[in-house]
Design a protein around this ligand. Structure first.
Ligand code: PGA
Length: 252
């Protein structure tokens, strides 16, 4: 299978412009030569332009953490996919669990945002994941399939192939607790099966990242799983050396 590994750093609300510029330059030096891994960082929107400047010419994509479903208008505080694209962004996150939990983002809103991203020429990473309560209540499959089905419901099959999925169990985000490679692989295989059912065999090409306390010490064993095609990294992406070590782990 020819899926190119994809390592993404979600900086959340950390690293203002000066710090973000510094980390981006260090990352650029640490990654060096063209690599067989797709790499991207997601700074706060306030730091995007500093990071784009620092990475100019480097093989590291930049994305925004959030976009509105409309390109412009009376939407105080929102980011526009069209504007992000015109600045030089390539990617955006959609449906991160913090957005779902703290801002009440629904699966339906995610569907609109995924479509808005693709229409603007941004490549979305749709995040899905269950809470610990949902997992314990045996709802894992139902929750994930709903997030997947509804989140991608507005897309044509050819559009779906441009989406990356990120499986991030909510209980593993920022907690130091990681799904075991077996747990993660099982879910990734389930997600891939549903993607193929829904969008046809081409969906084998869709990359599925794992996220939730990924760090240099556990990246290799997670990334060795056949259906884990990369990682969405929070805390460990804030330092260039640990993020670069995860990129290296993806090189096999
Ligand atoms: P974490 O965050 O790596 O700090 O657990 C992952 C994420 O929220 O994307």
């Amino acid at each position: 299978m020819g899926r190119r590994p994809f390592i993404a750093g979600n900086w959340k609300l950390n690293l203002g412009p000066a710090e973000a510029r510094a980390v981006a330059s260090q990352l650029r030096d640490a990654l060096g030569d063209p690599s067989p891994v797709t790499v991207a960082v997601f700074p706060t929107a306030l730091s995007v332009s500093a990071v784009l400047q620092a990475l100019d010419g480097a093989e590291v994509g930049v994305g925004v953490q959030e976009i509105a479903s409309q390109p412009s208008g009376a939407l105080t505080g929102a980011n526009s996919a069209v504007m992000a694209r015109s600045m030089g962004c390539t990617y955006c996150l959609v449906g991160h669990s913090e957005r779902r939990q703290l801002w009440g983002e629904t699966d339906e809103a995610c569907a609109d945002k995924v479509l808005a991203a693709l229409s603007a020429g941004l490549l979305p990473i749709l995040c899905v994941g269950e809470t610990l309560d949902q997992r314990r209540a045996g709802q894992l499959e139902a929750v994930l399939m709903r997030q997947l089905e509804v989140g991608l419901s507005k897309l044509q099959p050819d559009q779906a192939l441009s989406v990356t999925l990120a499986y991030e169990p909510v209980w593993a985000i920022g907690t130091g607790e990681t799904a075991t490679p077996e747990q993660a692989q099982e879910v990734h295989a389930l997600l891939r099966g549903r993607l193929v059912e829904r969008f046809g065999p081409g969906a084998e090409e869709v990359r599925i990242q794992y996220g939730g306390s990924v760090k240099p010490a556990n990246a290799s064993e997670l990334l060795a799983c056949p259906d884990i095609d990369g990682a969405l990294v929070g805390g460990a992406s804030l330092k260039a050396d640990s993020f670069a070590a995860i990129v290296q782990a993806a090189q096999g």
